[in-house]
Ligand binder design. Structure first.
Ligand code: ZN
Length: 381
């Protein structure tokens, strides 16, 4: 394992921050550019990914020592040092940058158009070798990124994470929801790999969107190759698979769960050609993992609170529900009003709000339906 540090310039203000990346297996520059990158807790107050990363680190060290890694695996065990240092009234606040108010998982630059121009200006056309094409386009993408201004620690964090991920064939951004079952976000072009990932993790839900709005980290990687193909033609390989994995809810921090998630991620890396043998006993036969439902992100409907009150849930996330079925009671302690909150659609009730007080209009639950009913920006703030 090789540890590298990537300091962020904080000359403007604030404490110094450093991103740490752990590199296992052969350096991708000597392994035909074969790299997988897994980053933990871009939203720094989402803790489960950091424990999964700790389990992964042990396993990857053992696999490296046993000579079983055939591609480079890069692990960012806590990828957002700015967010991790933000305490407000005694609580970790890691979703939004306090200095700017911006979400740490939004506003990643769109590099395809600029990189395509650079590539064309270079004068060498794409050839018949997909790997050579990939490497040439990655060089153009890195040059485009390096040319963008990166003033301030937040922009430098984004650029640092992008720089590490642009050279990867597989990018997994590990998050968690409020209270939820395990689920995966990816783009439709990569549905095959995304389903493989969901099956390895036993995730019951895969949500697909081509452009969910505001440039989240995973789409800034996975969207590149289809965009480059549209600009430069069919010789562009679909070289970068990226997905966001939501490792259940914020309090699902448990060694057994994290070890199982690390096993699932390693199985996926094995299927993607990064690991030869996993060196683990055959898993004892268990009940079949749940089928994975593939749903459009635009079909994921939110349940909103019609007034402020106490949320009393009827059922945990992970249940298939019907439109109109009550998911919770909302109780106003002042007026005495109490109303059942019905599911907005037939589908998988997969995530709900953790706080038991809802304000008027707040989204308090998500149900994944089959029909793409929403338009515009598809992610929450
Ligand atoms: Zn998150």
């Amino acid at each position: 394992m090789q540890t590298r540090t990537h300091p962020l310039d904080t000359s403007a203000a604030g404490a110094p921050h450093t991103v740490t990346s752990l590199h296992f297996g052969p350096d991708s520059s000597n392994a035909g550019g074969h790299r997988a990158l897994l980053q933990c807790s871009l939203h720094a107050d989402e803790i489960p990914p950091m424990l999964v990363g700790w389990h992964l680190r042990q396993r990857l060290q053992a696999l490296e020592a046993a000579g079983q890694l055939v591609g480079e695996v890069v692990l960012l065990p806590a990828c957002n040092p700015i967010g991790l240092a933000q305490q407000v009234w005694g609580r970790l606040q890691g979703r939004f940058d306090l200095a700017s108010g911006q979400n740490f998982n939004r506003h990643y630059p769109s590099l395809a158009a600029g990189a395509a121009q650079r590539f064309q200006a270079g004068g060498s056309p794409l050839g018949a070798d997909p790997q050579a094409n990939t490497l040439a386009l990655r060089a153009a993408l890195q040059a485009e990124l390096a040319a963008l201004p990166a003033a301030g620690a937040l922009q430098q964090l984004r650029h640092t994470l992008m720089r590490l991920a642009l050279d990867a064939d597989v990018v997994l951004d590990l998050h968690c929801d409020n209270e939820a079952v395990l689920h995966v976000y990816a783009t439709p072009e990569h549905q095959g790999s995304a389903l493989q990932l969901a099956h390895c993790l036993g995730a019951p839900l895969l949500l697909l969107a081509e452009d969910s709005g505001d440039g989240p980290f995973d789409e800034a990687q996975s969207g590149l190759w289809p965009q480059l193909r549209a600009l430069l033609g069919a010789a562009v390989p679909l070289a970068g698979f990226a997905a966001t994995v939501e490792l259940r809810g914020e309090t699902d921090v448990d060694h057994a769960l994290a070890a199982a998630d690390a096993r699932g991620l390693l199985r996926f890396l094995q299927q993607q050609g990064f690991v030869r043998e996993l060196n683990e006993p055959e898993p004892t036969p268990q009940a079949a993992p749940p089928d994975c439902a593939v749903r459009p992100l635009a079909g994921c409907l939110h349940l909103h609170a019609p007034f402020s009150g106490v949320l009393v849930w009827h059922l945990p996330p992970g249940q298939w529900v019907q439109a109109g079925q009550p998911l919770a009671d909302l109780v106003c302690p002042v007026s005495g009003r109490s109303e059942a909150l019905p599911s907005p659609v037939d589908g998988l009730f997969f995530a709900r709000e953790m706080q038991r007080w809802a304000r008027t209009g707040q989204s308090v639950a998500k149900v994944a339906g089959a029909a793409p009913l929403r338009i515009g920006k598809l992610l929450s703030a």
